[in-house]
Ligand binder design. Structure first.
Ligand code: NAD
Length: 541
């Protein structure tokens, strides 16, 4: 019996641990790091609650030490994807009928497990799999994932309590059904939190899910799965398959019960998925929900009234933390000529102090980029810039892949505001600066607006309130997350709901009620207590 209307715990953001020298938390996470480094694990697929192996495997290695093996994971064949779909569909009825408080309890427990016994493991695995420093791992794998889980559960309750009004004699009720069928979640390499959130948010709203993590995050995705298991997620609610994304997607889209996609990754892949879904629209029993958070070419624009030290810190942190591999990373910068000399000199000085290497060494601010393809692409960009006439390298420009995929923090300056590094997402530690005439502020605002296909994040540094007010208006459509006198990265769940428009995605704001609404299909129930007994209306009298 459940004769009560439960209230979920009010969410608070998870406090970030600082991992100071000689702290117990530092020792403890390093101990786990070293243990996981030698673990040589096998990661089977996770289908209907069971570990499933196949005949094909891939190796996993840390990007900062690519010759070292962390173990291997199993690749799906067509039959495994079909099994994952079947298992999601079989689990659906029981899961969607489970009282929402019970579902909430599972995900709240998952959050507490990450905050407590799994914290070191999920952080250490993220340091190894994605080469994050401890701070970047802590804000992602621990804090953001905990926040996603807790805030989403709170939003879930909020959504369920939204009800229509009822006139006298009538009772209108809205029920929030999960989508009919199953949801397909595809996650990127760069955030362990996203890997838990995309399948998790759809599942908490009563859906069952087939999840395909990125090949380059499977080592830490495994910890997410361990947490969900230990939290008591029933078999088949989330099913993880790994490997060839095109084959997996083709099998998924053959099912008429495909009801939605929860995607985060690059714009090209998302556009391709959208086209494939469109081409198969007659195949599905419903119009699938298409939710995608995609690429960015995020900007910082400085007015001559900006404070130089604040601007320089924002460029370095926003551009180079996690090697610039954040969708929100600052990568095109607009600064007025009057301050360029000072900004350049401070950037040079400060960047020369940046240490790069393994995340095991806490002095390192940067580590390696994710894989060889990314390394090769970024080093090609640097080679081209070195040859081009309209750009030059102000700082950095070095690269080395002998041990890990290391690219130096690199700043390019260009006289061409449409230079390709001002337009294209590079997803690495490369930042381009365009210097403008102080008197051309309005023109440069237009440039910011027109220069790339994306509209994810952007920041303005300015102390003049008139200019600020006008500029924020003019830049209205350039960014889904806009920052004033702050770097353009580091959105916090519950505080800065995250997502962008234009080529950056469907802007459904992960970690907020707006996103969760995409995973329900409301049903209105109207009940009339004393129905009319004569078809004639009074006006006919
Ligand atoms: P990616 O697009 O290469 O891969 C993302 C996921 O899509 C992976 O699981 C991958 O295996 C899968 N995939 C690749 N090709 C596919 C295909 N043809 N069909 C189906 N699935 C396919 O991206 P990535 O390198 O993992 O991540 C970086 C990208 O993600 C960047 O563009 C970044 O801006 C974006 N990103 C955006 C956000 C956001 O919130 N807007 C957050 C994180 C990352």
């Amino acid at each position: 019996m459940n004769n009560s209307i439960a209230s979920v715990p009010f969410p608070k953001n998870e406090p970030i641990r600082s991992y100071e020298p000689n702290s117990e938390e530092k020792k403890s996470v390093l101990k786990t790091y070293n243990k996981l480094k030698q673990s040589n694990i096998e990661v089977p697929m996770w289908i209907n609650g069971k570990s499933v192996k196949s005949s094909k495997t891939h190796n996993m290695s840390p990007p900062h030490n690519h010759k070292h093996s962390l173990g291997k994971y199993y690749l799906a064949e067509k039959k495994h994807v079909e099994l994952a779909i079947k298992s999601a569909l079989n689990a659906k009825e029981k899961w969607s009928n489970m009282p929402w408080e019970e579902r909430a309890a599972i995900f709240l427990k998952a959050a507490e497990l990450i905050a407590g016994p799994y914290r070191d493991k999920i952080n250490a695995a993220t340091m190894l799999a994605q080469s994050k420093t401890i701070f970047q791992a802590e804000v992602d794998a621990a804090c953001e994932l905990i926040d996603f889980l807790k805030f989403n559960i709170h939003s879930m309750q909020h959504i369920y309590s939204q009800q229509p009004k009822s006139d006298s004699g009538v009772w209108n009720r809205l029920t929030y059904r999960p989508l009919e069928g199953f949801v397909y979640a595809i996650t990127p390499f760069n955030f362990t939190a996203i890997s838990g959130n995309l399948p998790g948010s759809a599942a908490m709203m009563g859906n069952t899910v087939v999840w395909k993590p990125s090949d380059h995050q499977i080592f830490s995705a495994k910890i997410v799965i361990d947490v969900f298991k230990e939290a008591g997620l029933p078999d088949g609610v989330i099913n993880a398959v790994y490997g060839d994304p095109e084959m997996i997607t083709d099998v998924i889209l053959k099912s008429k019960y495909f009801s939605g996609i929860h995607f985060t990754g690059s714009t090209t892949v998302f556009k391709d998925l959208w086209k494939k879904i469109g081409a198969k629209i007659d195949n599905f029993i419903s119009y699938p929900r298409i939710v995608g958070e995609t690429g960015g070419k995020d900007f910082i624009i400085a007015h001559r009234s900006a404070k130089i030290d604040e601007l320089v810190t924002a460029i370095i942190r926003g551009g180079f933390e996690f090697q610039g591999q954040k969708c929100s990373a600052a990568s095109r910068i607009y600064i007025p000529k009057s301050m360029s000399k000072k900004v350049f000199s401070k950037l040079k000085k400060q960047i020369s102090t940046i240490k790069m290497g393994s995340p095991e060494n806490f002095k390192n601010f940067m580590t390696a980029v994710i894989h060889e393809n990314s390394f090769d692409k970024l080093s090609r960009v640097i080679k081209k810039v070195k040859k081009d006439r309209d750009a030059k390298i102000l700082v950095g420009g070095g690269y080395n892949k002998s041990k890990g995929y290391f690219i130096e923090p690199t700043i390019i300056t260009t006289s061409n505001p449409k230079y390709f590094t001002m337009e294209k997402e590079l997803f690495g530690p490369i930042v381009t600066i365009y210097t403008f005439d102080d008197s051309k502020w309005d023109k440069v605002l237009n440039l910011v607006d027109e220069t790339s296909e994306y509209a994810l994040t952007g920041a303005i540094f300015c102390q003049d309130r008139y200019i600020l007010e006008e500029s924020v208006k003019k830049l209205e459509n350039c960014a889904g997350n806009f920052y004033i006198n702050d770097k353009c990265t580091g959105a916090v769940v519950g505080q800065q709901p995250f997502g962008g428009a234009r080529g950056s995605g469907t802007n459904d704001k992960a970690g907020s009620y707006l996103n969760l609404l995409r995973w329900v299909s409301p049903r209105l129930i109207k009940e009339v207590f004393v129905p009319p007994r004569d078809y004639k209306y009074p006006f006919m009298g």
